[in-house]
Write a protein that binds this ligand. Structure first.
Ligand SMILES: Cc1ncc(COP(=O)(O)O)c(C=O)c1O
Length: 375
């Protein structure tokens, strides 16, 4: 059996043919396919605007440039990939790390406590952790009551819905981002997108993607103006052709992810392996995370990881607490009280989940997990 990763892309012949068509065309960098991909994402997410970019981190950077000012305080989660809070630092704003709830998402009640304590907090960056969107009623309430900007990092959650609200639809947030890294729901190799319903944010993000350059019809034929400091965060049409092709398959990808998740849920019932959450009808399952009480077992989490690896299976810990990373500690973070994250960190690990994972491979993962834990 081949090595089983915790996540992997699903690319078929049709995807390859779509990419080859672009390679044979006149445009290979950002051209008509980028616009087509943006329209397809906007339509899928039920949102007005979309900008596709080089990767999810670039999406977060551009969103932060558009949303934040230097020294703005921003509530964010300890449990995410580093890019979420790094993007706050990129624009010299200040992350305030908040603990999580039992499902791994940022604790919005604790956010409210912080907002009550400090009226100078300007924004909230939440992550739809593992594919599970944030409580939209609570987001709406926080946005309206405290007049803050909200970014939803939906890198894990393309295809998720919450009471009819699509991830990326920005019904209760200013903007949302996606990543198209190969372990995510759809891939473009590297890639990302920002969605928003605000024309102003959209235009700013679009400008910043291309060096801050503006070109209008009243300018000389060769004219352009750089009006602010922007970047080259463009994505190629080669990648966008893959993205468009992949997006068409998203419903079937999610269906398969849910099937895999439900099978794990069922097998782990009444065992020492506890799913982070069982099927809730709205997660699009980027990750399937389980928790085990290692204190009560003869095996440590480190041994479990190594044994899994010996058996050709990769597991991962999503994530290490961001505030305790050496760089963040050098900025004075790390001492925040995060009891839920501490517990989560002790017990959790991710099991393989991706559309091409076969039933046999999933059975092998389950059998191997129990063999390791029984030993
Ligand atoms: C929650 C989250 N946000 C942002 C990113 C950054 O995306 P990218 O790797 O495309 O830059 C990731 C990627 O792993 C992520 O998981």
């Amino acid at each position: 059996m081949d090595f089983i990763h915790y996540g992997k892309q699903s690319i078929d012949q049709d995807d390859i043919e779509n990419v080859v068509k672009v390679l044979k065309s006149n445009y290979i960098t950002t051209g008509p396919k980028a616009g087509e991909f943006e329209n397809a994402i906007a339509k899928y997410c039920n949102v007005k605007y979309c900008v596709v970019v080089a990767n999810g981190t670039a999406a977060l950077h551009l969103a932060s440039l558009a949303l934040l000012k230097e020294n703005d305080k921003v509530l964010t989660t300890v449990n995410s990939f580093l890019a979420t809070s790094n993007s706050i630092l990129y624009v010299k704003a200040k992350p305030i790390f908040v603990d999580i709830t039992k499902d791994g998402n940022i604790d919005l009640d604790l956010c409210e406590i912080e907002l009550k304590k400090d009226s100078s907090i300007k924004a909230l960056y939440g992550v739809s952790f593992s594919g599970n969107m944030l409580n939209q009623d609570k987001l709406k309430y926080l946005k309206e009551t405290y007049n803050i900007k909200i970014l939803e990092d939906n890198a894990h959650a393309l295809g998720a819905t919450y009471n009819g609200i699509k991830a990326g639809g920005c019904k209760n947030s200013d903007c949302s981002i996606f990543s198209f890294h190969p372990v995510k729901h759809i891939t473009t190799g590297e890639g990302g997108a920002i969605t928003t319903n605000s024309k102003e944010l959209y235009e700013k993000i679009l400008r910043l993607r291309g060096h801050g350059i503006v070109k209008t019809e009243d300018m000389k034929p060769w004219g352009y103006e750089m009006r602010e400091l922007g970047y080259n965060y463009r994505i190629t049409d080669i990648q966008c052709a893959l993205g468009i092709s992949q997006l068409k398959k998203l419903p079937s990808f999610i269906k398969r992810r849910i099937e895999i998740a439900k099978k794990y849920d069922e097998v782990f019932q009444n065992t020492i392996v506890n799913p982070l959450y069982t099927f809730n009808g709205h997660s699009s399952y980027h990750l399937y995370i389980v928790q085990v009480d290692f204190d009560k077992l003869n095996i440590s989490k480190e041994e479990l990881f190594l044994k899994f690896h010996e058996k050709n299976i990769s597991t991962q810990l999503h994530y290490l607490p961001i505030n305790k990373q050496p760089y963040y500690e050098s900025l004075g973070y790390g001492d925040e009280k995060t009891p839920e994250m501490d517990k989560y960190y002790q017990k959790s690990f991710s099991l393989p989940i991706y559309p091409l994972l076969t039933d046999e491979e999933q059975d092998y993962v389950i059998k191997t997990l129990f063999e390791i834990l029984d030993a």
